[in-house]
Design a protein around this ligand. Structure first.
Ligand SMILES: *[C@@H]1O[C@H](CO)[C@@H](O)[C@H](O)[C@H]1NC(C)=O
Ligand SMILES: *[C@@H]1O[C@H](CO)[C@@H](O)[C@H](O)[C@H]1NC(C)=O
Ligand SMILES: [Zn+2]
Length: 606
């Protein structure tokens, strides 16, 4: 039990020797002001000997404690490793510290709560993670998740492969090999970068078709995941079906079934799992063609899509039950995937609901761990910040007032993404609508979807005239009114928070850490050997070849990126090439709006 471990926190050796010196001074009385008269030599010799003995004993005890502590944090000691344990790793994709400020104030505003009311997350903060990748000071989710899964830095776009394009063994694969059960729960496509990094290996994150195949067992190690809940069904369906987004006609649901998976694909199927009491393993549950809708939209569509906390609770219950008689517990990844997307869209209303939904799932995990007999810990962090979010925005040239308004976030009943979709559907249904009809439709969307009653004529005419940037325009209308600031539609290099159910068990992550140390903690806690998996993947992968959609035979990790295709085509850390105006100016001219979505929007490169 971690609670029984000595509670000497990890301190530098200089701090420790300073402590010893202080201890020494106290025991020998050097610091006290001497008021007594001269003493005999014998008295001093005896006192000296006695003090020396006390100091030596204390030093031995302290060194022993420090040594054992360092053993505990750096290598799970054999005494602990034999114990059964569960590990829940939560990822809040794209959630930076400011997302918490934004969401906390929104929550207080909505609930009429006092200023000291906190989110559940706030009460479990233990540290921060530094996020850069091997190829850039700003990571993407692929390199970010590779740092967690393999404990190593790689390039933006890498799905658990290293810069030399060799695969790296993941904590999930190593856990499976060691006898743990494993699960992935997400709100995005299960083939998206974060979940993919735990159970598949491809050279480029765009190869989601290949990732789907690996997730269900077309993998050098065979099937490594026992439970999958999330979105991304379209990558599992053959291109001959209407809901498919595969480039080929492979039926991955069928492949999953051949490999033993039980498949559920809708709310009815989810309900039949009886909150985890009726799960047959392995389980593949895909509840949306692509991403599960944002919580701000999904909350009114609970009859179609399960919530993150419902999926999390189902997974925890099922995995706990299935490992009841096992010597090993389980490893479960739970991702609040779309906090990141709301950041990309610069949509603060969508984001606060995503963070609150993550907070709820976080609470579910805490409750599970409290009631579970098996030892367990949860660690939660983000791969990076998205949007360069600021709870401030200067709208005018004059010196700004210090404020931002949560009200406009509360007014919005839908995401900008959903309104954009409705607008596109309107335009598709009516290829050349009259301007007045489009204007009326857009005005209605803004009032009913965003709760905005003071839209300017310019805002409305921009929406009518430039419909292909409507997504960003809707989001910007909410951002400006709330005075929420964004510096990018991409990611930023901000450090992100680390949370845990137990800072003593996760003491190795207290303070400021490199993201790879989070990965190291995961495999240390489970006492599993990712290096052995790396070796096995490299050996077994040699014989494994697969066909690409155009019939070409390629490596099992898909094709290699072409020159310039990958984001690390140059050294982004020192490689400034003097073209800072190009894209910005291009966009402005093309679109006539600030948040134009240009040709190089990087859509899909989350
Ligand atoms: C579907 O996939 C097959 C190969 O598996 C390919 O030959 C065909 O062109 C694809 N069809 C479409 C419409 O993409
Ligand atoms: C928010 O909604 C309220 C109530 O419908 C309305 O009075 C207010 O004007 C709205 N805010 C904005 C920015 O339109
Ligand atoms: Zn992203």
């Amino acid at each position: 039990m971690a609670g029984e471990r000595p509670l000497l926190s990890a301190r530098s050796s200089s701090e420790r020797s300073r402590d010893l010196a202080e201890e020494d001074a106290l025991l020998t009385g050097q610091r006290t002001h001497r008021t007594s008269g001269p003493r005999t030599l014998r008295f001093w010799r005896e006192l000296g000997l006695f003090a020396w003995a006390v100091v030596a004993t204390a030093a031995v005890i302290i060194l022993a404690v420090v040594y054992q502590k360092s053993q505990d944090t750096h290598h799970a000691s054999p005494g602990h490793s034999s114990g059964k344990r569960n590990l829940v790793f939560m990822v809040s994709d794209g959630m930076g510290p400011t997302s918490l400020s934004l969401t906390r104030s929104f929550m207080q505003f909505k609930n009429g709560a006092p200023y000291n009311e906190q989110l559940i997350l706030d009460k479990h903060l233990i540290g921060q993670s530094r996020t850069r990748s091997s190829s850039s000071l700003i990571t993407d989710s692929a390199a970010g998740a590779t740092a967690f899964s393999c404990g190593m830095k790689s390039y933006n776009g890498a799905i658990s492969v290293l810069p030399n394009h060799e695969p790296c063994g993941t904590v999930l694969e190593a856990a499976k090999k060691a006898g743990y059960m494993t699960g992935l729960v997400v709100t995005t496509r299960i083939t998206d970068a974060t979940p993919a990094c735990f159970a598949s290996h491809v050279n480029m994150r765009q190869e989601e078709d290949r990732i789907a195949e690996q997730l269900v067992g077309d993998h050098p190690l065979g099937r490594v995941v026992d439970l999958i809940l999330g979105g991304g069904r379209c990558h599992f369906l053959p291109n001959s079906t209407s809901d498919s987004c595969r480039a080929d006609d492979k039926d991955i649901v069928d492949l999953a079934k051949q490999n033993g998976f039980n498949y559920v694909s809708d709310r009815k199927g989810f309900d039949a799992l009886k909150a985890g009491k009726a799960v047959n393993f392995p389980l593949l549950g895909l509840f949306a063609d692509g991403d599960i809708p944002y919580e701000i939209d999904r909350r009114n569509e609970g009859d179609i899509y399960p919530a993150l906390h419902e999926m999390a609770e189902t997974a925890l219950k099922a995995l706990s039950h299935a490992t009841r008689d096992s010597k090993k517990g389980f490893f479960l990844l739970i991702e609040g995937s779309r906090i990141d997307h709301a950041g990309h869209h610069n949509d603060p209303a969508a984001q606060v609901h995503e963070v609150l939904s993550y907070d709820k799932a976080f609470a579910s995990v805490l409750e599970f761990l409290r009631n579970e007999a098996t030892d367990g810990v949860m660690v939660s962090t983000s791969d990076h910040e998205t949007g360069g979010l600021a709870t401030a925005r200067q709208l005018h040239a004059s010196y700004p007032e210090y404020l931002w308004y949560p009200g406009p976030l509360a007014n919005a009943s839908h995401s900008a993404e959903r309104l954009d979709l409705l607008y596109k559907e309107f335009l598709l249904a009516e290829p050349s609508p009259s301007k007045s009809k489009t204007t009326a439709f857009v005005k209605d969307l803004v009032i009913t979807g965003l709760g905005i009653h003071d839209a300017s004529d310019e805002e409305i005419s921009n929406l009518v005239d430039v419909p292909d940037t409507a997504l960003y325009q809707f989001a910007d209308m909410v951002s400006r009114r709330s005075q929420t600031g964004w510096s990018t539609h991409g990611h930023s290099a901000a450090d992100v928070n680390i949370y845990s159910s137990d800072p003593r068990v996760a003491s190795a992550l207290v303070g400021n850490h490199e993201n790879t140390e989070v990965g190291k903690f995961l495999s240390d806690y489970l006492n599993v050997d990712v290096d052995a998996i790396t070796k096995e993947l490299r050996e077994k992968g040699k014989e494994l070849k697969v066909q690409s959609a155009d019939g070409e035979e390629v490596s099992w990790m898909g094709r290699l990126p072409e020159e310039g295709e990958r984001l690390d085509g140059q050294d982004h850390v020192t490689g400034y090439a003097g073209d800072f105006r190009k894209r910005y100016a291009g966009n402005l001219m093309k679109r006539g709006v600030v948040h134009g979505r240009g040709d190089d929007c990087g859509c899909g490169m989350h």
